[in-house]
Design a protein around this ligand. Sequence first.
Ligand code: HEC
Ligand code: HEC
Ligand code: HEC
Ligand code: HEC
Ligand code: HEC
Length: 234
Amino acid sequence: MAPHDNDFDKDAGSGSASQEKFVFPRWTNWLREASAVAALGGLVYAVVLVTGVFSPENSAIGYAPEQPVPYSHALHAGVMGIDCRYCHTSVETAAKANIPPTATCMNCHKTVRTESPKLELVRRSAETGEAIPWIKVHDLPDFVYFNHAGHIQSGVGCVSCHGRVDRMEVVEQVKPLTMGWCLECHRDPEPNLRPREFVTDMEWVPAEDPVELGKRLRAEHGIAPSTDCTTCHR
Ligand code: HEC
Ligand code: HEC
Ligand code: HEC
Ligand code: HEC
Ligand code: HEC
């Protein structure tokens, strides 16, 4: 029995070992089966890890890496009220929302806070032409196709997928970005539709019955999000 015990421990990996150990003495016949299942589980887990499906960037709510420059959305987009599209200029027209080049920052910072040590890297980047190494926060696996323009044109606001960015000192992922999350909205988009002119407005609330508004906007723009696999996996 002892050797089996060892084998089992190895195969079970990080599984619920304590429970299996407890059951083990009386259920020796199940042992091989259990080990096989555990080994298979380990294999699937490894495949999943390699494909990056569970990497923290795409499933971890709360992921908020420290950025090379302490740039604050709460200050710039919140207090100062700069529209998202002043910096993320491609968000309405392209699949990717661009991160602004240093030149956009320098529109103001060549005259604002020119001595601030917090802007040291921004000034250096402007001088050398070397981009600021911003760290990506939201990151879908490569086998998923996503397109900002399609969503923004349909009247889905930034806040539906990114939360109150205008209150964030450091950008944080607030939605799971899992397939289930995408599909939930594709099956029932109406609660997330708003008139297009408010897509970047973080405080917009419907002035009329939201259920009626969702229905009306959906019909007006012929919105019918697809749940076909090939929409997101091409
Ligand atoms: C003055 C320029 C500026 C404005 C205005 C701005 N952003 Fe940003 N945004 C940035 C920069 C720079 C980054 C990269 C650094 C960071 O993540 O904080 C960024 C990052 C982001 C990210 C994370 C990107 C990633 O890596 O996943 C999101 C989401 C985002 N912005 C949404 C918004 C929204 C929504 C608004 C409007 C409410 C907005 N931004 C307004 C400059 C801006
Ligand atoms: C429309 C003008 C404008 C733009 C564009 C702008 N900023 Fe600012 N930023 C300001 C102002 C004004 C302040 C200072 C607010 C205050 O007095 O506290 C500031 C403050 C800052 C600070 C804090 C400085 C300190 O000493 O506390 C940082 C860091 C910063 N900005 C980074 C950036 C980066 C990075 C970008 C480009 C992605 C950017 N800003 C774009 C106007 C701007
Ligand atoms: C339907 C959900 C959804 C909406 C609406 C949305 N985003 Fe995103 N955003 C995402 C996802 C998902 C990613 C990650 C994309 C990837 O990794 O390929 C992302 C990534 C980003 C990035 C990083 C660059 C990139 O494209 O990967 C920025 C910046 C950003 N969004 C800004 C915005 C702004 C600004 C708005 C509103 C004008 C907005 N987003 C609306 C889901 C959304
Ligand atoms: C909050 C609602 C919402 C969420 C969340 C959402 N979508 Fe969508 N999606 C829509 C709507 C609305 C449309 C537009 C359908 C139309 O034009 O008929 C759309 C369209 C699309 C399209 C086709 C349009 C194009 O530009 O090619 C793709 C691809 C897509 N979504 C991928 C995704 C993926 C991947 C995710 C998750 C990471 C996601 N969506 C999350 C609402 C959403
Ligand atoms: C609206 C967009 C969307 C549609 C439609 C969609 N997927 Fe996905 N799928 C995703 C996203 C996003 C992920 C990544 C999930 C993550 O990183 O957690 C994913 C991941 C997967 C994975 C990897 C394993 C997993 O479950 O995370 C498989 C397999 C998969 N999808 C198959 C399918 C099949 C089969 C269909 C059709 C029945 C389909 N998908 C339809 C968005 C979609």
